[in-house]
Design a protein around this ligand. Sequence first.
Ligand SMILES: Nc1nc2c(c(=O)[nH]1)N[C@H]1C(S)=C(S)[C@@H](COP(=O)(O)OP(=O)(O)OC[C@H]3O[C@@H](n4cnc5c(N)ncnc54)[C@H](O)[C@@H]3O)O[C@H]1N2
Ligand code: MOO
Length: 394
Amino acid sequence: MLDDVGTATLNTETLPLAQLDGRILAVDIVSPMTVPAFDNSAMDGYALRAADAELLTGAGLTVMGTAQAGHPFAGTLAAGQAVRIMTGAELPAGADTVLMQEVIERNGDTIRSSEPVNIGVNVRYAGEDIRSGELLLARGQRLTPLHIGLLASVGLAEISVYRRLKVALFSSGDELCQPGQPRRAEQIYDSNRFALRAMLERLPVEIIRFEWLPDDLAAIRTALGEAAAQADVLITSAGVSVGDADFTKQVIDELGQVNFWKVAMKPGKPFAFGRLQNCWFFGLPGNPVSALVTLDQLAQPVLRRLTGERAEAPLSLPAVAATGFRKQPGRQDFQRSRLSVQNGQLQAEPSGNQGSGLLRGFAEADGYTVLEAERGRVSAGETVSVQLFGPLLR
Ligand SMILES: Nc1nc2c(c(=O)[nH]1)N[C@H]1C(S)=C(S)[C@@H](COP(=O)(O)OP(=O)(O)OC[C@H]3O[C@@H](n4cnc5c(N)ncnc54)[C@H](O)[C@@H]3O)O[C@H]1N2
Ligand code: MOO
């Protein structure tokens, strides 16, 4: 299925450095220059020739001038000569070593030191980080502030990235009341739509529709049909189980296709995946924890692939169960957990009530304890696998 997803054609756009955070590189970046571009000093001090070490402890060296960052010393050092130099200034021709000023005694234009002179010390060499023509970043890289710094450091001002994925996001259910509105006794607040949006916005997406839908077959049919004509991805919350008003999956079945429905995971069992027109469809369960966990665990890898990212699977870390975990064999369980390190050992414990409708424990968690489908109750002291929350949840 993922290979199929990977064939989606992606358009690109060229953006300035200030707009690149979180975007996905559409091209390989080959460095147009060498970094450092020239040999330079790592310290404020004196540039000299290591061959003059003996002279430095005795008669001393003569200071011929100054090299500042951005203002190099023009001449070439001869035997017995030194140059006052600042951090980042180009190493003068003839010099091979820098001593920091704290180990130098200066009288007039003469410097002396009893410091051992190791050739090359305190010099940052041209090309020791990056060579001109070298591959700096590969296509598919998600750009972080570090990559933006790296691109700027080789003088690049704008870069070709994939355009953002267009996502239509809907919540549904007659019981939902919008935050900020007075709630009738039988209503609950629509939390999924806002949490899901915030998670999605950690990815390079553009939310083109963001609406609540009533439990009304015709309204859902119209909204999903229209959205699919504009979006790359359609994401819905609720209406995928077997209740009398669970219309979402029914509409996708009717207008498009449901490729699979129901996953052996907890929370998230009624998750549905399919196609509607040219749109990928993710039908998330309505229970708040189930909606967010399925977006994170099931939709996220596909979405990242669709944005052009070369995404890696999250790290799975061994930990010790600090307390018991309640579980019945049957489904793979993603228990929201608090993680800590005790005596050098990673420990996990369930974070609050694990009910699929209850968000508080999730909000207080650091990661998931991922319990294998066949596993039953876990006792304190047993080894479990944990996954730190990734970029959508932190
Ligand atoms: N007979 C069965 N009933 C249920 C099954 C099952 O297999 N057989 N599966 C259960 C599981 S597991 C889940 S998860 C839920 C998922 O149901 P739906 O996706 O159809 O969602 P709803 O029934 O509409 O809602 C479930 C729950 O979540 C609340 N909700 C819905 N939307 C929001 C929102 N935007 N913000 C906050 N809370 C929301 C809704 O009020 C319900 O309480 O089905 C089980 N049932
Ligand atoms: O699997 Mo449902 O996701 O319990 O809440």
